[in-house]
Design a protein around this ligand. Structure first.
Ligand code: IMP
Ligand code: MG
Length: 172
């Protein structure tokens, strides 16, 4: 049986989200943000973060799959569900569950920039340093970790554990 070792409690997640939402709300005062969540992992994080933002927001989702990530920096990223908004001239914020190699994120940033938005920033729940292959700037991050595989609060292992309210290290 896989073992789940507690990493962050629901309370720890919540208090950090409130802090980050406050910082974002101040930085974007009187501006509308287009929040774009990366499916599926960010759905719970986006839902909680959005409810603490005090600036106007619109919400959309994108799904990207990466192939070859981890074994090579030239891994391919394919978009399997695109956004529906026209983001030209808009302030876009990518809402990512966890940044690992950075491949997915760097691809998404370039992809969104091709539509000439006013800005593209990144807010990540977790920033994992272990396997970073591509240099990416995470503008707002809630928690960092050096290594390990996490599940819960949207994060899965083979589609399981997304519904856990807290975050755990999965030990196989
Ligand atoms: P990368 O930064 O392109 O390597 O990909 C990041 C994506 O890999 C995340 O959005 C997750 O979907 C997945 N991922 C990476 N590390 C973990 C983890 O520890 N738990 C669950 N999913 C992970
Ligand atoms: Mg993801």
């Amino acid at each position: 049986m896989p073992e789940l070792v507690p990493f962050l409690t629901k309370e720890e997640i919540d208090s950090k989200i409130i802090e980050v939402a406050r910082a974002i709300s101040e930085d974007y005062k009187d501006r509308e943000i287009i929040l774009i969540g990366t499916l599926k992992g960010s759905f719970i994080f986006l839902a909680d973060l959005a409810r603490h933002l005090t600036v106007p927001v619109k919400v959309d989702f994108i799904r990207a799959s990466s192939y070859g990530a981890g074994t090579t920096t030239s891994g391919k990223v394919v978009i399997t569900k695109d956004i529906n908004f026209d983001i030209k001239g808009k302030d876009v914020m990518i809402i990512e569950d966890i940044v690992d190699t950075g491949l997915t994120l760097s691809h998404l940033i370039e992809y969104f920039k091709s539509y000439e938005p006013r800005s593209v920033k990144v807010c990540a729940l977790l920033d994992k340093h272990e396997r970073r292959d591509v240099e990416v700037t995470v503008d707002y991050s809630c928690h960092t970790l050096e290594e390990g595989f996490l599940v819960g609060y949207g994060l899965d292992y083979n589609e399981e554990y997304r519904n856990l309210p807290a975050i755990y290290h999965l030990k196989l």
